[in-house]
Ligand binder design. Structure first.
Ligand code: GCU
Length: 602
């Protein structure tokens, strides 16, 4: 065994070629890609023996080598080709019953035939992997990523070969104090390769990312900027928006960057009533040694701003008729991961009379955001800085900061995204304030066209008077808070409550609600009955109408969702039952109370 190990170590040492960690490519869904979705083999590796040796030393000949016995006496103790498969994207918890509660390492592996184009690059793109992903191509490490809800990609041009290739991913969803989210959270810790896996074919230098937005101060001006994948000067970039008769030629500077402002006369602004988007195409001209690149998109234009306690969309006051949503399949549990899931969940929100959705508590998949834009639903998008994060840990901050950056970079051209949320229900304190104020500044610096918020809390009333006080008020554009009168507190007192939000900013009640088991009926003071939840909504909506500056709400929550913190047998059974829809998509009585209230807000 020892002699075999040293031979294999020798062998592998000479072959190590690193892939480059590559900035997130923009708008991958409209690019030339090869999907690697489909059946992948998987091995459950509880003790990570495919990655570490028995002294916990990293192995150079681990499972990622996909080794096969060469001689009859060779000892190889894994074989992906014989292993079970599961469809990717998905989560292992609902794909393999044995893994329902599993938190740990699972190896995923698939082979694929690929013919790299001469002079081109190939990126390997993941929509999301929860939580830690170590990616190998043909046995070589391409890169490592943490964070379960944002995309990442690697340039694997040097790792691929013409013909048969294989990709192996070590996925681990173990929770830890330093992670983002941290150890405890009220949703299921679905593990796996939960979103699309794509090979992206691009020229040597390609369009890295770009932004096209309506100027916040001048609704007759579009601001455009584009960054190439390399610092290459004098490259021709063409921006065209045929419907607006715009065709603009631009030349990159020494950093491979262009930016300009365009005057536009007649522009149909995007709104929930008229979710207008314009066809846009971007072309990077060829050079003698490099091919051209092209990407198209559908982009809408709108302004979103605040004026005192008012929220203004396209200069007009608006009330956000919202609902909170977790990224779970409409029926039963499991991560939602496609346009169909998105359309169904968002259609339920539309049925409620919504014009706004809070995608909680992490960036949902791109299909969800794009479908909401197409359907006329504004979006609150959030990073999972949830409850008590390790505020003083630099790696934790770097992780949160990267997730914020990737969330913005992925959806910066989605005009329906109006609010970036940097946190949910975080405890007051100096370290927390420092951590969050840095994130708030980052969000504002990265994107000056949207609003920044976070879900604060009002946990108690004194003498029925609820006053929100939070140092973070000065770092957010919209004051949002969660309150659970009628469920976690003051069950009978909603009608007596008064509210004070001492900040001259719009107010969103980002959570309120209570649980009900679908089909369970009884007196309105009987917990878990639909009548209890119905009454709670009736009383809360009447109470919220008394809040000065209320500009919107996103009740908790559209649909019952899986949570390891909900164990009441026969009622919760590992579901948080605060949905207005059951886990099977059945409407509860409270659904109609909220629908009626929103009718009055139109
Ligand atoms: C919190 C939290 C949610 C949670 C909800 C609940 O406010 O933000 O993630 O699910 O309360 O208790 O149901």
């Amino acid at each position: 065994m020892r002699r075999l190990t040293s031979i294999l170590m020798l062998l592998t040492a000479v072959m190590t070629v690193q892939a480059e960690d590559t900035p997130l490519i923009g708008n991958v869904l409209n690019r030339q890609t090869t999907s690697l979705n489909g059946d992948w083999h998987y091995l459950v590796d509880v003790q990570e023996c495919g990655y570490y040796g028995y002294r916990r030393e990293k192995l150079s000949y681990g499972f990622f080598r996909n080794a096969k016995p060469q001689q009859p006496e060779d000892l190889i103790e894994y074989d992906f080709d014989k292993a079970e498969t599961m469809p990717i994207p998905s989560d292992w918890n609902t794909r393999d019953q044995r893994l329902f509660f599993y938190e740990g390492t699972v190896w995923f592996h698939r082979s694929f035939n690929y013919q790299p184009k001469a002079g081109h690059r190939t990126l390997l793109y993941f929509g999301a992997v929860n939580y830690e992903a170590i990616v190998f191509v043909n046995g070589q490490e391409a890169g490592r990523h943490v964070g379960g809800f944002t995309p990442f990609n690697y340039d694997v041009t040097n790792l691929l070969k013409a013909g048969e290739n294989f990709v192996t991913v070590k996925v681990d969803n173990k929770r830890s104090r330093e992670n983002v989210p941290t150890l405890i959270f009220d949703w299921w810790n679905y593990g796996g390769i939960t979103r699309d896996v794509l090979l992206v074919d691009v020229p040597q230098t390609y369009i890295g990312n770009y932004s096209l937005q309506l100027d916040r101060r001048n609704p007759k001006q579009l601001n455009f900027s584009l960054q190439l994948s390399a610092k290459e000067a004098n490259r021709q970039v063409t921006l065209s928006i045929p419907e607006l008769k715009i065709k603009q030629m631009l030349t990159t500077d020494a950093n491979g960057h262009v930016s300009t402002s365009l005057k536009v006369k007649k522009l149909q602004l995007w709104s929930p009533e008229v979710p207008k988007r314009y066809g846009v195409s971007l072309t990077l001209g060829p050079t003698d040694s490099d091919a051209s690149d092209m990407v198209s998109d559908s982009i809408g234009f709108r302004t979103i701003e605040t004026r005192g306690k008012q929220l203004l969309l396209n200069g007009q006051p608006i009330f956000l008729r919202g609902i909170s949503i977790h990224e779970e399949k409409p029926n039963g549990g499991g991560r939602a991961n496609g346009p169909e899931d998105a359309h169904t969940l968002l259609s339920w929100a539309k049925e409620l009379g919504c014009n706004f959705v809070r995608l909680a508590h992490y960036p949902h998949h791109e299909y969800m955001v794009r479908e909401a834009e197409r359907m006329g639903l504004m979006v609150w998008s959030e990073i999972p800085v949830y409850w008590t994060i390790a505020w003083t840990d630099d790696d934790t901050f770097a992780n949160a900061s990267r997730q914020l950056n990737d969330m913005i970079r992925r959806d910066q051209n989605r005009c329906n995204v109006i609010i970036w949320s940097i946190a949910n229900e975080t405890p007051h304190g100096k370290e927390r304030d420092t951590f969050l104020s840095r994130l708030s500044r980052q969000a504002h610096d990265t994107d000056s066209t949207r609003l920044v918020s976070m879900a604060m809390e009002v946990l108690a009333a004194s003498n029925y008077h609820n006053k929100l006080q939070d140092n973070m008020n000065e770092y957010v554009d919209v004051i949002s808070f969660n309150q659970y009168i009628g469920w976690y507190r003051d069950v009978k007192d909603a009608a007596k409550m008064t509210w004070e939000i001492p900040y001259d900013k719009p107010v969103i009640v980002s959570e309120f609600g209570g649980g009900a088991k679908y089909g369970l009926h009884g007196a309105k003071n009987q917990r878990w009955t639909e009548e209890f939840q119905e009454n709670l909504y009736r009383e809360n909506t009447a109470m919220l109408d008394k809040i000065d500056g209320l500009a919107g709400t996103t009740p908790w929550i559209l649909k019952d969702f899986r949570s390891p913190r909900r164990l009441l047998t026969g009622v919760q059974d590992y579901y948080n039952r605060k949905g207005l829809f059951s886990d099977q998509g059945q409407k509860k009585k409270a659904f109609y109370v909220l629908k009626e209230w929103y009718e009055g807000k139109k």
